[in-house]
Unconditional design. Sequence first.
Length: 95
Amino acid sequence: MNEKQIQDAQDAVVKAVAEVCFTKVEAATPLISSGLLDSIGRIHLTVALEEKFNVKISNGEVNSETFENVASIVRLIAAKVWSLIFLAVNLLNLQ
């Protein structure tokens, strides 16, 4: 992901978090440790992120480290997107 894509992803995550938590957040706002994002909120946010970014987030990835703030969520999404790109490139090279 380039800088613009990362910023767009961050904006989309901020919007999704705001919709789930019913409050405006910044990239570094603590979500779990502050109590803004509870277990039900994590489920709703996971579904929203999976739909928005067309990725699959496993239950093991929905934890206090990866969902602690917007920045950590964006890192998770970026890693997943890069994995998809890598897979696609490898599949194309096999043809």
